[in-house]
Design a protein around this ligand. Structure first.
Ligand SMILES: *Cc1c(COP(=O)(O)O)cnc(C)c1O
Length: 444
């Protein structure tokens, strides 16, 4: 094994890793069919049949509901808007708190804030990176109304414990399964594990239609309220004869007919795409597992993951900084980045409590709590962000076992040359070797 690429040796690989492209002839034909129909969206914010969207939207919702085993699917133009509609549909508002992970894409918590509800961050489990049931239990107050469960990196974890907590405290569970399409928890598909769930159809996720989201629920009232928030509810509630109209005023979160047609083609591809990811991740983990100083992704028994990102933990005994380790990987041609996201409460918005004017929702007269966003409140999430975790955009099609072999070769090479990396680090040599290095951003 030659010299490390970071120290001037030949890299393990120079070819870029193939990025995911799930779009093919079926999507193209479906889009052309919609274009030829001339109907690119049929939604109207009025209490008639067009309130539910055009033929593509309705067929797609039917297909998703059937596939996922939910009574209702409500499409939207993103998972971000879908999450907001879900929070609103649950009847949450000023004075309420929702418990959420800080180690997630920013929209999980913003969806809560958008409804003037206070996000309360509980720490994650160090093996699954999902909410730790014990931390959630400690975060429950008399104001807690719901738990937002994020199936991070595509793994639904600790659901039995969380469901038990929710039941005993009478809380709703909103599932952010944006990264987890087709993952299962004891046979049930992610997105259907709580009272209401959301998957994302954005370009970076398991399947996509450009931008899009799907709300899944088997509760007819939640489905109807989400539909109202999606489509100008305030103009529709009278015509529909609704009595409880709070939280039903809406926006335009509607999916287009083109996106709906693509989303239905993508659903057909979902099992195959998922199987590909699972197979490559199992192969990669099996080969990396024997190496010192690293821990491969842990997936609980009776659970499957999409491996939206492939997350590896570095041991403190490694003796080189995470930054140097990732630079060394990148120099070998392997696309890994550091840390996933900064715990959300460390964002300026939470630190300054600057969401709405006058400090709302935290200073709202209805809010009697005193949530903390102080650094240190979720030590596990902070440790993952600061030093333990590296994440790779790998395992997705069209990558192959040969690509995984290169990843293994690079890890193996670096781990066999730790002494050289350690002395280089002491001399500051790596900074000079790679002046263009910047930490990759994994916020998608
Ligand atoms: C991507 C993502 C979202 C937002 O999805 P969009 O469709 O881009 O709005 C929300 N939550 C998580 C965990 C995500 O990864």
């Amino acid at each position: 094994m030659g010299k490390l690429a970071l120290l001037g040796g030949a890299p393990v690989r120079t070819r870029a890793f193939p990025s995911q492209n799930t779009i093919g002839a079926k999507e193209k034909a479906a889009v052309i069919e919609v274009l030829e129909s001339g109907v690119l969206s049929k939604f109207l914010g009025e209490p008639d049949q067009d309130f539910y969207g055009g033929p593509q939207v309705q067929r797609t919702e039917q297909a998703y509901a059937e596939y996922f085993g939910a009574k209702f699917a409500v499409t939207t133009n993103s998972a971000t808007t879908a999450l907001h509609a879900a929070v609103a549909a649950c009847g949450l508002g000023p004075g309420d708190e929702v418990i959420v992970s800080p180690f997630t894409m920013t929209a999980s918590a913003t969806a809560i804030l958008m409804q003037n509800v206070v996000p309360v961050f509980a720490d994650i489990h160090p093996q699954t990176f999902c909410l730790d049931p014990e931390a959630v239990r400690r975060a429950i107050t008399s104001r807690t109304r719901a738990i937002m469960m994020v199936d991070l990196f595509g793994q639904p974890a600790h659901w039995d414990e969380i469901r038990a907590l929710a039941k005993s405290h009478n809380l709703k569970i909103i599932e952010d399964a944006a990264q987890a399409a087709n993952a299962r928890y004891y046979g049930r598909l992610a997105g259907t594990l709580g009272d209401i769930g959301v998957i994302s159809l954005n370009y970076h996720k398991i399947i996509h239609c450009g931008e899009g989201g799907v709300i899944l629920t088997s509760n007819p009232e939640l489905a109807e309220r989400a539909q109202l928030v999606r489509n100008h509810g305030e103009a529709v509630v009278e015509g529909l004869g609704l009595s409880d109209i709070t939280n039903t005023f809406g926006s335009n979160y509607r999916m287009t007919e083109i996106d709906a047609a693509i989303a239905r083609c993508q659903l057909d591809r979902l099992p195959g795409l998922f199987e590909h990811r699972e197979r490559l991740a199992a192969y990669l983990s099996q080969r990396l597992r024997g190496l010192a100083y690293i821990t491969v992704p842990h997936v609980e028994s009776n659970v499957t993951s999409t491996y939206y990102l492939y997350a590896v933990k570095l041991c403190p005994e490694l003796g080189v900084s995470r930054r140097t380790f990732v630079r060394a990987l990148n120099a070998e041609g392997i696309p890994f980045g550091e840390g996933y996201v900064r715990p959300l409460y460390l964002q300026p918005m939470y630190q300054q409590r600057a969401a709405y004017n006058r400090g709302c929702p935290w200073t709202c007269g209805h809010y009697q709590g005193s949530v903390s966003y102080a650094p240190g409140i979720c030590p596990v999430a902070e440790r993952m962000y600061d030093c333990d975790l590296i994440v790779g955009m790998v395992c997705h099609p069209p990558q192959t076992e040969a690509d995984m072999d290169d990843i293994v070769r690079a890890f193996d090479k670096i781990l066999s040359h730790l002494q050289a990396l350690r002395s280089g680090e002491a001399e500051g040599a790596h900074e000079a070797a790679d002046p263009d290095y910047r930490s990759r951003s994994w916020r998608r």
